[in-house]
Design a protein around this ligand. Structure first.
Ligand SMILES: O=P(O)(O)OC[C@H]1O[C@](O)(COP(=O)(O)O)[C@@H](O)[C@@H]1O
Ligand SMILES: [Mg+2]
Ligand SMILES: [Mg+2]
Length: 346
């Protein structure tokens, strides 16, 4: 586990240092501050739960509100999306934004000065855990707006994960923690609720290269491809099996919380292709779940793959495209990939 920072500085101070070091410009600094402020507001709403009337499904009884993913939206999916839209509406640092909860991207209205960045977000990750008081979060990714594009559209967002200039998530659990990269390491900031500031608590998170902990929704086992069956079968065989060591399992079903555990103490997270989601290409979304998490993990010394390709090198073809995901402790991801590469795609 990476050592806690003895003398925490605020997120604002950290970003000023990054700007002075020439690692970010004032516009990106402002964008990150705006997203962090929105996450504070979402944290308050999540924390209120039933008291704030934010639990349960959006839409009216018998008329669920369905998003482009074909999923029934929760009230907090909609509220978190609105909070992020409102916070970014004035533009200045952004040219356009896109969200899990919106069919298409949205350019900043041209009554405002437009910035040079594109923002993608999963406003509320772990929706199935909202009503049962389990950690949820927000995930975001930042890309540059292509030169000369004044009114960005969906196709301008279709850049590989390697083109990200920043990524992060905020996990709303016992603590509210923002984890961020601008391409120079991955750092964690804990919200000091009394002061209302994110404070740097872990600088340069490092993921151990090896692990004895895996995270997967094992109830999907019968739908997995043969290499995944073999890989998890050998994990479960433990020290008497080909892996020669025992593994423990965890599955929170909030990607932010599972990935935060892995950034903190190691492990491998996987949502593989299975025959249930094969027609969609996977379960998790490339642009605002897999890519930002992969950037954070790689910046912390881990690895991220589709099982057959470095995840950050996937060329996107759609805003809501889905991909298989394997990420976490470097050597364990390499093992999982070996199982998949050894098995030709049917
Ligand atoms: O319900 P399952 O199959 O365990 O899937 C859980 C996964 O789905 C997600 O909830 C999908 O994200 P959203 O909640 O943003 O739709 C991930 O956070 C999580 O890893
Ligand atoms: Mg999600
Ligand atoms: Mg979501």
């Amino acid at each position: 586990m990476s050592p806690a920072t003895s003398d925490p500085i605020s997120l604002t101070r950290f970003l000023i240092e990054e700007k002075r070091a020439g690692r970010i410009n004032p516009e990106l600094r402002l964008l990150i501050e705006v997203v962090a402020r929105a996450c504070k507001r979402i944290s308050v709403a999540v924390g209120k739960g039933a008291l704030g009337g934010v639990l349960g499904d959006a839409g009216s009884p018998g008329a669920a509100s369905i998003n482009i993913q074909g999923e029934a939206q929760k009230k907090l999916d909609v509220l978190s999306n609105e909070i992020l839209l409102e916070a970014n509406a004035w533009g200045g640092h952004l040219a356009a934004l896109a969200s899990e909860e919106m069919d298409h991207s949205q350019p900043i209205p041209d009554v405002h000065p437009r910035g040079n960045y594109l923002l993608l977000f999963d406003p509320l990750d772990g929706s199935s855990n909202i009503d049962v008081n389990v950690s949820v979060g927000t995930i975001f990714s930042v890309l540059r707006c292509p030169e000369g594009v004044t009114t960005p559209a969906d196709e301008h967002f279709l850049q590989p994960g390697t083109a990200q200039v920043a990524a992060g998530y905020c996990v709303y659990g016992p603590q509210t923690t923002l984890v961020l990269t601008v391409g120079h390491g991955t750092h964690a900031f804990t919200l000091d609720r009394e002061v209302g500031s994110f404070m740097l608590t872990v600088r340069d998170m490092r993921i151990p290269e090896d692990t004895r902990e895996f995270a997967v929704n094992a109830s999907n086992q019968r739908f997995w491809e043969p290499p995944m069956q073999a890989y998890v079968g050998d994990l479960l065989a433990g020290k008497d099996g080909p892996r020669g060591k025992d593994f423990n399992m965890r599955w929170i079903a909030s990607m932010v919380a599972d990935v935060h555990r892995i950034l903190t103490r190691g492990g491998i997270f996987s949502y593989p292709l299975d025959s249930k989601c094969a027609s969609k290409g996977g379960k998790l979304r490339l642009m605002y779940e897999a890519n930002p998490m992969s950037f954070l993990v790689e910046q912390a010394g881990g690895a991220a793959s589709t099982g057959r390709q470095r995840l950050l090198e996937v060329q996107p073809t759609g805003l809501h495209q889905r991909v298989p995901v394997f990420l976490g402790s470097k050597r364990e991801v390499e093992v999982a990939v070996r199982y998949h590469l050894a098995h030709a795609v049917a």
